[in-house]
Design a protein around this ligand. Structure first.
Ligand code: AMP
Ligand code: MG
Length: 483
């Protein structure tokens, strides 16, 4: 048997999905297969990196033991509520228990129409599929909780977008696909029994230690808040802008999901927005913690009836609990940023010190990733400040003063900093270059970039261009929703 599925979602949550099979792809062929991840999942990589694997991961063939289904969910998109979204072009194929004993979803994105497709064609295109593959794998290597890419398969069929585009399916692995929006779907229909059933499932799957506590549902809210605070702090430490932090794109597990119009900042800009559809900058870099907080308030609303029978009391408890998010986030962010600067102790002035650097980077138009890497390796960070380098000088004087109270030697500090400040991130121009070549059938640039991104903290000779910012003629970067 190719897979040993154990499909708890299908088994335990009837009424939360529609059983559904994928569309038949005319000629599925493997674009990229993640052999290492396959092994981690306990799968036979050699057997699956094959024409049969391409049929399975395109959704054309249902493997033995799978229970393909489209999940129901709702969501706030750019602040407006859609009561019915759901897997409109995706299927949960089944769940696997990996070699660490962890339950993981095997999910297909781009596998055809479902009852949730509304006007959409249920398909995905090679470019965005490979983009999600690259950025997801890069995030994993950077130490960020994330869904993973197991395989990208070309379907051999054109999909109509602005013009005809080659179709593809992404086989994605996640610790689950439970989203804030999954809770919203049932809460909005007043189906409180189902909200409870879902909460119990989420607790059993992600936070089992809560099951035996006196307030498990409040505990669930707190646990998701903590996981999201940790996650967003990591994004912020890398200059990552998700781009579509809708409530249907926020997981209960705390993994990053749905790499659509996301991108990494180059020259630092707190207001960075890359998505062409985010006209008002709702999901700008600096806004991400506040948006996470807003999304968590939507989750809290779904759980109110489970938190306390008395409505006013439930509201009071939820409000007080949500007020813990920003302080929790800030503590996580401080930990991330202190580590980036090699600070092993805490000082009350650290927050101001970090903000001073970020503000000097903004006025100095310094490259986000290179600045921190340069500080880690003792390179010429000042040279990266192309405007008003005095801002950096002032900061550096304050930083050096702060280092007097540090127990680590400069060498020990640098050793810690180089493993926390990457050389390589999926830079927009490199991603675009790899995707353009792939669209022409040349997968070599994709493979090289993926290989570089899988080891982001170790500088390699001959790979200098992968560490450099975009050439000036690349222009301001805009991403389009991954459709
Ligand atoms: P996303 O922007 O990928 O997070 O998707 C938001 C919602 O739109 C989800 O319900 C998707 O299933 C749906 N959707 C996106 N693209 C398509 C498509 N091509 N066909 C059908 N549904 C889609
Ligand atoms: Mg989504």
């Amino acid at each position: 048997m190719l897979f040993e599925f154990d499909n708890s979602y299908a088994r335990e949550l009837e009424g939360f999905y529609v059983p559904m099979e994928g569309a038949k792809a005319p000629s599925p062929s493997m674009l990229s297969f993640n052999g290492k991840l396959a092994v981690e999942l306990g799968l036979d990589a050699a057997l699956l990196d094959s024409p049969e694997g391409a049929r399975i991961f395109s959704g054309s063939e249902v493997p033995l033991g799978a229970h393909p289904l489209a999940m129901a969910y709702a969501g706030h998109q750019f602040g407006g509520f859609s009561p019915q979204l759901g897997d409109g072009r995706a299927l949960l194929l089944g769940e696997l228990i990996d070699t660490n004993g962890q339950r993981r979803d095997l999910h297909l994105k781009g596998s055809g129409r479902t009852p949730f497709s509304r006007g959409g064609d249920g398909k995905a295109v090679v470019g965005p599929v490979l983009r999600e593959y690259l950025i997801g794998e890069a995030m994993h290597a950077l130490g960020v909780p994330t869904t993973r890419a197991l395989a990208a398969v070309a379907t051999g069929e054109d999909v109509m977008r602005e013009g005809p585009q080659p179709g593809a399916v992404l086989a994605r692995i996640a610790s689950s696909h439970l989203r804030v929006g999954t809770f919203q779907f049932f809460a909005a229909r007043g189906e409180t029994d189902k909200v409870k059933q879902l909460a119990d499932y989420a607790i059993a799957r992600h936070y089992p230690e809560l099951a035996s506590t006196s307030a498990p549902y409040l505990g669930l809210l707190r646990a998701v808040m903590a996981a999201q605070a940790k996650l967003i702090a990591k994004w912020m430490g890398l200059g990552f802008v998700h781009g579509v932090m809708n409530t249907d794109n926020m997981t209960i597990s705390g993994e990053t999901i749905d790499y659509g119009p996301c991108a990494f900042i180059d020259a630092h800009n707190p207001k960075a927005v890359f998505s062409s559809i985010d006209q008002f900058g709702r999901y700008a870099y600096m806004s991400q913690p506040a948006i996470a907080n807003w999304n968590l308030a939507r989750l809290a609303e779904c759980l109110l009836g489970l938190i306390n029978e008395d409505e006013d009391e439930a509201l009071r408890i939820a409000t007080n609990t949500l007020a813990e998010f920003m302080p929790t986030y800030e503590a996580e962010w401080l930990a991330v940023m202190r580590a980036k600067l090699g600070l092993s102790t805490s000082d009350t002035g650290d927050k101001a010190l970090i903000e001073k650097l970020l503000s000097a980077m903004f006025t100095g138009r310094a490259d986000f990733t290179q600045t921190f890497r340069s500080l880690a390796t003792g390179g010429d960070a000042r040279a990266l400040f192309t405007a008003e380098p005095e801002g950096f000088d002032n900061w550096q004087a304050a930083y050096e003063k702060r280092l007097f109270s540090e127990p680590l030697s400069a060498q020990e500090r640098s050793a810690k900093m180089v493993v926390g400040n990457p050389v390589y991130i999926p830079r927009n121009h490199l991603v675009e270059e790899a995707l353009s070549a792939a669209a022409e059938g040349d997968m070599v640039p994709f493979r090289t970039l993926l290989n570089v991104l899988e080891n982001p903290f170790k500088a390699r000779t001959g790979y200098e261009r992968y560490a450099a910012p975009a050439p000036a003629d690349f222009g301001p970067y805009r991403t389009f929703c991954g459709t």
